[in-house]
Design a protein around this ligand. Sequence first.
Ligand code: PMP
Length: 424
Amino acid sequence: MESPELPPVLRGGQPQGPRGQRSLDPHLDRYAERTAGMTASEIRALFSVASRPEVVSLAGGMPNLAALPLESLAAEVARLVATEGQTALQYGSAHGVPELREQIVEVMALEGISAHPDDVVVTVGSQMALDTVARIFCDPGDVIIAEAPSYVGALGSFAAYQAEVVHVSMDDEGLVPDDLRQALEAAERAGKRVKFLYTIPNFHNPAGVTLAVRRRAEVLEICARHGVLVIEDNPYGLLGFDNQIYPALRADDPDNVIYLGSFSKIFASGLRVGWALAPHAVREKLVLASESATLCPPTFNQLLVSRYLSTHDWKGQIKSYREVYRERRDAMLGALEQHMPAGCQWTRPDGGFYVWLTAPEGVDTKAMLPRAITKRVAYVSGTAFHANGFGSRQMRLSFCYPTPDRIREGVRRLGGVLQDELEL
Ligand code: PMP
């Protein structure tokens, strides 16, 4: 079978972008300094090859929407246009549709959060909330503490505001509090301004681990003592495979935590509806910043999410998502046991979309990727999830999108690629 052709960023070829580098772009000298941090994400580059039918993609984090009740949603869309078209198709406030903000408060109550709807700011996906938070807090050179590894989209936003990311380690119980303490002390000694801890406590992307409940108070206490905000990014929190829901950090420290949520993984990612729950004063700044970026989040999509929450069994829908993803997680873990060469290690997520695999010494997952794609399997190299080039022995494997059979086939191919690599 013909091998898929790789985009330049994966071939390590044509440099693209930052000022001073060789490039064919005639506008290179015009860009603002901050664009130097904007480099093509490995994931986006992978997308074109990984989405070919012959390639099993364990790369993308696309939710599986096959279980959505599309017909009744279509009826809801038609009703919305017919009965409220003039509002739904009009501009709205940057703060978000009031009835949706009330419903978001109810969604967050499942995680023990008690909040006022006025403190919720609706955003264009939680990605925009992340970007806005970085925009309102970070000057160039400010430090953000983030887990190693961390969400690639967050690292992209932080780089765009020229923040310096300092990574702290994780183990099977999530972020290691002692490491956090040491990182904060080191930054203070170096005279740096640490703005916030960015953390994904539940079913981590990409690490697949969850912050142990007994560590949560300690993490909050360390951040509060050092005067550092906590950004709690929680798009997967309701996707625990045993129906378990962990208590939000925000529930324990409303004044020092900004909580980010999303309908992307529990309803529909294409609607781009997420939110931030922020302490009162911060909320004002968030609204102003998002107003200048987008004027308002899409009214139609917000109203559709709101109708969905009030007329559909959304909790039942989440249960069916959990079942779909649990079956896929099981397929992946079973296949890893069967096909991975000795010396590989991986996490065993109890929710979410991702497994984090560490290959034996000597393997470079980024260098190996073109060979994996030639063998028709794709993953994301661990380096994409680090701001410091680390992660070259790691990879993220997503089990959310391919069917269980495709997952097994993909892992089988990957096992062969790794085996070849070790024999090189
Ligand atoms: N945070 C994390 C940890 C994610 O995994 C994602 C999506 N992959 C996002 C934020 C952004 O989600 P969205 O913008 O679709 O709400």
